[in-house]
Write a protein that binds this ligand. Sequence first.
Ligand code: ATP
Ligand code: MG
Length: 436
Amino acid sequence: MRFNDAPVAIVRQLVNNGFEAYIVGGAVRDMLLEKQPKDYDITTNATPEEVRRVFGRRKCRLIGKRFRLALVFWDGETYEVSTFRKEPNHIERRGRPTDKGEMIWNDNVFGTLEDDVRRRDFTANALYYDVNTDEIIDMINGMEDIKTRVVRCIGVPATRFMEDPVRMLRALKLVGQHQFKMRENIRKAIVEKAALIQEASPARLFEELQKILNTDSALPIFEACQENGFLKYFCPMLSTLWETPGGELIRALLKQHDDCIDHEKNYFKEKSLPMSLMALPYLLSVIDMDEVSRHVNVVANQDACAKAIHTFFLTFNMPKEMLYDIRDIVMLLPEMAALHNLDKVRNNPVYPLAYEVFRLLTMANGWMADAFAELPLPNDVSQWQEQATREIEEDSLQTQQPKRPRRRRRPAKRKKTAAETPAQPTNDSLDSTDNE
Ligand code: ATP
Ligand code: MG
């Protein structure tokens, strides 16, 4: 396993222009855990403006207020390049009028590499890879903590969590996603300070939620949140439901979602899909499925569903378009389950997503498997399948003499592709991140 070419090239370009630069954070951690990094962070002693001068305006854009950084565009991907920072002091923090000066609202005080190590959250995330010497700079024993998978704060946990409550979630992600263990002082600090997560901005929390749902470990991450008394503040409805039959179904759905991310190359990357899954049992409980399947009281049911989505995701700043997508997905399910109006239903723009939600429901607990088998494939899937059928036919035609006129087969209505075949839940799939 090795780092991708693009981040290495970006670091080289900065170094060739006389700056210090490293690959840092999650990518170095993941590499040491023998997992291919998905995202790269680069750090340098160049200021954001200097980074822009090195790469030019077309390849670099400066963003952020609380945390100013440069985005570098390379080979169709975007890379974050941050300047070495030091922890801001009391005056530099410039908190809100109501703040006691504990929370960091502005983190733009630049510093040295040593300062930068100190301001990072955990030892496992504070390793710097030098692309020229092929060495890792480790000033805080982070390599050992990665080897033994221990979450260790840089600084005093309670203070660090008060400065930025999202760090608690980041610790729980190490536990859920990478099977780290928390030292007791960190666990205690999380239990004590968990409520502070409510003070983080809803937009940032929404971003964090999306990142969790984009890993192949959403279930174990939420589990770690629930076990440490954090979920009730981060996503209160999910926490309340956790032990109920609805919560059991949510967990089964999240497990399917994690498995699909891990194993299915063509799995939908639409963000509203996992969001629908985590709220689904609750949303289905507030609408009258029978009415919706018969197109009775549609508006009232739609409103109830939208309100329930708002309530479920109250702590996040969910964009309206996503809320409506989720509502429309949920409102299609009763008709699909009853096999009503399928010609109309299949033309609904969210049908491919509703079909996917139905598939995961069927995989999670066998829900309406018979009805699912009758559902038309969404257009894009059937087109893909038609193409595959054509390729098979063309292959066989090449070997047939004399040539016969080509007969276009109808796409098989219910034959599932390999990618679609439900992977039955297995007990060990929670540990699948270990096997990458
Ligand atoms: P992922 O695999 O999710 O990208 P990551 O650790 O790389 O994990 P990023 O959000 O990409 O997470 O952050 C990059 C690095 O920035 C982290 O590894 C850590 O060193 C530092 N960092 C991120 N968020 C914080 C924070 N809230 N407080 C201190 N340091 C942070
Ligand atoms: Mg990262």
